[in-house]
Design a protein around this ligand. Sequence first.
Ligand SMILES: [Zn+2]
Length: 144
Amino acid sequence: MNCPFCSETIIRDQQVYTKGCWRVFYNFKPVLKGHVLIVSKRHVELCKDLNADEQASLVGQIIDVQRMLTRAYGATGFCVVMQDGVSAGQSVNHLHVHIVPRVDGDMHKGEFYQSLLVDSTRRHPISAEEMQERVKELQVVVHM
Ligand SMILES: [Zn+2]
């Protein structure tokens, strides 16, 4: 299976932590600093494919990540986005939820969705050094 979210490389380089059914990866093309992905440990494509445990724990996992991002970056709001299916803009066929920390005035109105949905191929990947730095700074606060 050639799935980027199941590859050992992403788990080694981008994983912040794991909990229960979920992994948390730092996005290599963040819309804003702190943009992470919640990814099911099991390879499933769509929301409807989640088992009962995964369904029951997803909202708790989102809240866990929000706490981490608040500690790390002082987020006062979050964009929580799941593109469920190719028609909705899903680009990796392994279920994932984008969590992006927000503060007042960080982007212009509508710019977030433009950047996430339309311009994703034009966003630049961060360097390996920055990836390591972001993953480490989140690992410091995740279990506080
Ligand atoms: Zn996968």
